[in-house]
Design a protein around this ligand. Sequence first.
Ligand SMILES: [Zn+2]
Length: 246
Amino acid sequence: MALQPTAAANGAAPPVNAPAAAPVKPDKPARIPVLNYHSITVDPGNPATITPEKFAEQMRYLSKAGYTPLTLKQFSDMMEGIDKGPDKPILLTFDDGYMDNYEHAMPLLKELGFHATLFMSPGMVDDGYFMSWEQIKEMHEAGWDIQPHGMTHPHLPKLNVKNQKFEIAEAKAQIEQHLGTVADVFCYPYGEWNAATLQLLQELQFKYAFTIEQGLTAPSQHKLKLKRIFANGEESLEQWKSRFEK
Ligand SMILES: [Zn+2]
C-alpha cells in the first residue's frame, strides 16, 4: 500500500526524491578569479608593481592552497559550461609584456606547473623594458597564452575607428604570425573602450575581452567586458587573498 498519493492520483509530478527522477543539482555557474599583474620589480609606492619576493609568496600560496591556474582554453570551456573545471580555478594574467615577467614569473610558474596569460603590445617589443619575440616564444612554449593588448598600448577611445582597427587587428595578426596561434582574447589598454571598440572586436571575432573592472569573472558578464582582480603590489598576502577568497 502506498504511503502517499501517487502522481496519477493527485495529478502532481512525482516527488523529486523518487529514484526514477533523481534530482540533478545544477552546477553553480563558474566564478573565476582572474588576477591582473603588471611589472614584477621593486618600485616602492607603485601599486601596479609587485616585488619578486611578494609575487613568489603569492604564487607559492596558490600552489599550497590547491589552486589550478588555467589555460585560456580551460577558462573558455568553464565559461561556456563545456567543462566544470578544477575545484579551485584561477586565471593569472600579466599586462604589457615587461622583461621582468620573463625573469621573475616564467621560471617560477614553470616550477609550480602554472599556466598564465600574457597580454602584450607588439609595437613595444624590444624597446628595453619589454620582452623580445624570442622571449615571448619561450614563454609560449612554457605554457603561457599570448594575446593582444593593442599595437602601441593606446587610449583606444581617443582614436578613430580606422586607427582602433589597426591597433587591434595588427596586434592580433602579429601574434598569430610569430607564434602560429589564434589570438582572440583582448585586453583593453588602460581598461578603456567605447562602442566602436566593441564593434571591432566582434567583427574580428574576439571571444573575450578583459577590463580592469574589479570582481570575480562569471559567464553572466558581457563577454567583451569581463572583470578582473587587480593585484595591488602594496597589499599584504591577507589583503590580496581577501580579493578572491571568502
Ligand atoms: Zn597595459
